[in-house]
Ligand binder design. Structure first.
Ligand SMILES: Cc1cc2nc3c(=O)[nH]c(=O)nc-3n(C[C@H](O)[C@H](O)[C@H](O)COP(=O)(O)O)c2cc1C
Length: 208
């Protein structure tokens, strides 16, 4: 079965049935609604538990794309667990090995850079470090204006890291934002369904 078949025939749902999915949300506010829409679809898969982890910026910043409180309300409305908001709350993800898969969606350039460099100064990064120590899959959905510039080296390091997988991504506006890459929201759940099995969906690069 090809990855495209996997995306189209609903196999991702089977793969995620009954799984506990951590979701690290970071401050790409323009893509937040897309992620929340996909999380709602994910929550409708039987037995799926959603464990949100909010970066400090997601917890406190209002922007033209929405208020900080809105993201929390949307997660609560879809039946996600109480969000993890601090480093001490995220740390037990390591010893308890409670997540089957963790996705960082949306994942900012900032969080990607810190993850690539082993920096753990917030709840999402703590969750990623704790989860990776258990050699379990981490899926990244990048959304960054500098992914093909200052952050390209970090993206490269993560592409070459064990147990790290990517949502397919592409240049969303090559003319006006020539170094920007954004994940394909339609491929988020199929990519997650394969990542939970330790597999990378292909192709990783797509054209918008
Ligand atoms: C309105 C708004 C939209 C933003 N969109 C993005 C984005 O799409 N990608 C990105 O990497 N950073 C974006 N940023 C910048 C991040 O929020 C900023 O780098 C922040 O430090 C990220 O912190 P976090 O990764 O801990 O959430 C945006 C900021 C604002 C105010």
């Amino acid at each position: 079965m090809t990855a495209v078949d996997f995306a189209e025939n609903g196999s991702w749902q089977e793969s995620l049935r009954g799984k506990t999915v951590g979701v690290g949300l970071t401050g790409s506010f323009c893509t937040m609604r897309k992620v929340l829409d996909e999380l709602k679809r994910l929550k409708s898969v039987p037995g799926v538990e959603l464990v949100p982890i909010l970066s400090e910026n997601v917890q406190r910043l209002d922007s033209k794309f929405g208020r900080a409180a809105e993201w929390r309300e949307a997660l609560a409305a879809m039946g996600a667990r109480e969000p993890i908001l601090t480093i001490p709350q995220a740390e037990p993800i390591g010893p308890s090995a409670c997540l089957d898969v963790l996705m960082l969606a949306p994942c900012t350039g900032n969080t990607m850079a810190k993850l690539a460099c082993g920096i753990t100064d917030g709840p999402v990064l703590m969750a990623a470090k704790a989860h990776l120590r258990n050699q379990k899959p981490l899926l990244i959905a990048p959304a960054s204006n500098d992914a093909l510039a200052a952050n390209a080296k970090n993206l490269g390091m993560l592409l070459n890291s064990k147990n790290v997988f990517f949502v397919p991504m592409g240049q969303d506006d090559p003319e006006r934002k020539p170094t920007s890459l954004i994940f394909d929201a339609q491929m988020l759940l199929p990519a997650l369904g394969l990542a939970v099995q330790g597999r990378q969906i292909q192709p990783i690069l797509r054209q918008y």
